[in-house]
Design a protein around this ligand. Structure first.
Ligand code: PGA
Length: 225
């Protein structure tokens, strides 16, 4: 199983969400022979569009899963602005936790990130835990890690597949970690280099997931690995 995760970050409005899924539906309809049973394709829209995305996936019968981009470290209660794991679990199976942008702009620290993992797991959400380097701790019970070197995110300068592989193997020294994904400037042209790299089980894609046509190209390439 290879993971292909689309992280839309703070992009799109509801009309654009509608268009993205209908374009995806069109691509699948036009290419009925595509083999994607070995791919776990997970779309992570901003919170407000999770219900809409869930409806569209079901309406178009798409082979896509949903994830959130973050989750509250708190349970239900008086935590203004926070979105709980229980709320997310109504629509999504996964949640990203600890993305470097959360660490940088929202000052999330490892104590908070561990609490998020616990909250997610308690509600049956699968955390995709992001680390930027070997110094970032991985909380217990995490099984999927996304390795995303900060200098490769959104820059167009991806880390080499060799380095990604080396890091993936090092992370897997921890026997709880079943899958390691690479993230940072993954595009349709380089996606297969990562998917084929030893120890790398998938990719986390930002910019190249925003246009349905580009993400479709990535799915087509990945389907041949
Ligand atoms: P990018 O982002 O693909 O735009 O580099 C990756 C990420 O931040 O997950």
């Amino acid at each position: 199983m290879k993971y292909l995760i689309a992280n839309w970050k703070s992009n799109k409005n509801s009309q654009e969400v509608e268009i993205w899924f209908s374009q995806m539906k069109k691509k699948f309809t036009e290419n009925p022979a595509i083999k994607i049973d070995r791919l776990e394709i997970i779309i992570c829209p901003p919170y407000p569009y999770l219900p809409q995305a869930a409806k569209l996936i079901s309406k178009y019968q798409l082979h896509l899963k949903l994830g959130a981009q973050d989750v509250s470290s708190f349970p239900a209660g008086s935590y203004t602005g926070a979105v709980t794991a229980k709320m997310i679990a109504e629509y999504a199976a996964y949640t990203i936790i600890g993305h470097s942008e959360r660490r940088k702009y929202f000052k999330e620290d490892e104590t908070q990130l561990s609490a998020k993992v616990i909250m997610a797991k308690d509600e049956g959400l699968i955390p995709v835990y992001c680390i930027a380097n070997k110094q970032n701790q991985i909380p217990e019970e995490v099984t999927i890690v996304a390795y995303e070197p900060v200098e490769a995110i959104g820059t167009g300068t991806a880390e080499t597949p060799e380095k990604a592989s080396e890091m993936a193997m090092a992370i897997k020294q921890n026997k709880d970690i079943k899958s390691v994904l690479y993230g940072g400037s993954v595009k349709p042209v380089n996606v297969n280099q990562y998917l084929k790299a030893n120890g790398v089980d998938g990719v986390l894609v930002g910019g190249a997931s925003l246009e349905a046509a580009t993400f479709w190209e990535m799915i087509v390439n990945a389907s041949s690995v």
